[in-house]
Design a protein around this ligand. Structure first.
Ligand code: UD1
Length: 432
């Protein structure tokens, strides 16, 4: 299995291109199921999860064509066409590897009147149930049944034939990104209207809604917590560019800060990462917004912070691990509170092995800044935790080996290439 080898202590500087957003891609890809016409997505990141999602779509008879991209280019263009669906079941083998597979449930039931998806099972960052996905779908007319590890959603059949959801109203008791995405994708072709309250407002949801509108959907309140959707009889094809990855951008912003560096993050929508940029500024990092670019420069040591994760527009849980690595080298004590996922501190013992001083009590972590970290062999059990170890490795003295690189490959397009281009001493090595 590959490992990432980092010799720390290099100051990063230069221009670093930001890829298309993984989490937006994973909700835009299933939109292809909603129409028999082609959906072309541009700026798709080259990531393992995107490939896996393509394979999942193939299972339903969706053709996928990747065009005109040279290996040296970042991003790619994919055209999907779901002319006729040949299946409506997402099997265990795929769902267990990629939790986001649950996002086919809404569009499949919307288009085909039924969908069967394996229950995702355990997940490294907590329990992550799908009850809200199912409750929201039920509220807009789906019937939900469970059989041997699978959940089936179906729409009532009319005398005219295929089932179609009625539409309805649902108010989320807890903000859920995935459940909002699923119900929106199911509601756009319902017979009637739907009103979704306490919807997630993440930029990736805005991206999803904009793509659906480009396909002919009628959605009001985009970017707010109340979405009003008027079902349409059919959607058509479209070409849509995936938004920039705000979490990738935030992660590299932390890389600039932790190495005392100066990076220009290219192709970024600063508003999408406002909470991250505000937190960096509060820690004493210089943040300059330019059209489509953000410059992040460290002017000295990082100051301590008190941060609590929250749904958008709050501080993203997907940035918590990276900030923890950075704050491990701060001039004082920081307090981080994780409110979204339980068990999202698995990077803590690994950071501690590199010399970080972190104490976790329940959902809160107290990070006492130290003067230096020391390189070590480390491994992590999830994507963002792995990135926090890479960041610590960039700043640490000596060599850090990060194993289980497949986590990083799920979410960071050509990480070692991007980082070495701005001065990091980083390489991927195989075991062989
Ligand atoms: C998405 C992101 C993930 C990010 C998270 C929160 C993707 C592919 N993943 O995950 O990177 O960390 O948003 O910003 O876009 N919950 C329930 N029942 C449900 C669904 C969720 O109780 O049916 C709970 C979860 O356990 C969690 C909270 O709601 O505590 C928020 O989870 P959710 O927003 O749904 O996260 P995901 O969509 O899984």
């Amino acid at each position: 299995m590959d490992r990432i080898l980092i010799r720390g202590g290099r100051r990063l500087s230069g221009r670093l291109p930001i890829s298309g957003a993984k989490n937006a891609a994973l909700t835009l890809l299933p939109c292809a199921l909603l129409t028999d016409e082609p959906l072309t997505l541009r700026n798709l990141p080259r990531l393992a999860d995107v490939d896996s999602f393509g394979h999942l779509l193939n299972q339903f008879g969706v053709s996928t064509l990747v065009e005109g991209s040279r290996p040296e280019d970042f991003g790619r263009v994919m055209t999907m066409r779901a002319g006729r669906l040949t299946g409506t079941t997402a099997p265990y083998d795929i769902v267990r590897k990629m939790r986001a597979s649950i996002l086919v449930l809404g569009p499949l039931v919307g288009r085909a009147g039924e969908a069967t998806v394996s229950l995702p099972g355990g997940c490294a960052i907590g329990n992550r149930p799908i009850d809200l996905h199912l409750k929201a779908l039920e509220a807009i007319g789906a019937r939900i049944e469970f059989t041997a590890g699978y959940v089936k959603a179906s729409a009532p059949r009319s005398t005219a034939g295929g089932g179609r959801l009625a539409g309805g109203r649902y108010s989320f008791p807890v903000v859920s990104v995935g459940a909002t995405e699923n119900v929106v994708m199911a509601a756009v072709t319902a017979r009637g209207g739907s009103r979704i309250e306490n919807a997630a407002r993440e930029p990736e949801i805005v991206d999803l809604c904009r793509c659906l509108v480009a396909m002919g959907a009628r959605i009001d309140g985009i970017g707010t917590e109340t979405l009003e959707i008027e079902g349409v009889d059919r959607l058509h094809g479209a070409t849509y560019a995936v938004m920039p990855d705000r979490i990738e951008a935030g992660s590299y912003a932390c890389a600039a800060a932790i190495t005392g560096g100066d990076l220009e993050l290219a192709g970024v929508t600063a508003d999408d990462l406002r909470a991250t940029l505000d937190a960096l500024a509060a820690a004493g990092v210089t943040v300059e917004e330019r059209r489509g670019n953000v410059r992040v420069a460290a002017t000295g040591r990082i100051g301590p912070l008190t941060l609590s994760t929250a749904p958008y527009p709050g501080f993203a849980t997907d940035m918590q691990a990276q900030f923890m690595a950075m704050l491990a080298l701060a001039t004082g004590a920081s307090v981080l509170t994780e409110t979204i996922f339980e068990n999202r501190y698995m990077h803590v013992p690994e950071l501690a092995r590199m010399g970080a001083d972190i104490q976790v009590r329940g959902r809160t972590a107290v990070v006492r800044g130290v003067d230096r970290l020391a390189g070590a062999p480390v491994m992590a059990t999830d994507l963002r935790a792995s990135m926090s170890l890479v960041l610590a490795g960039l700043a640490a003295e000596g060599e850090t080996q990060v194993s289980r690189v497949y986590h990083l490959d799920r979410g960071y397009e050509r990480l070692e290439e991007k980082l070495s281009a701005v001065g990091a001493d980083i390489e991927r090595v195989g075991d062989g």
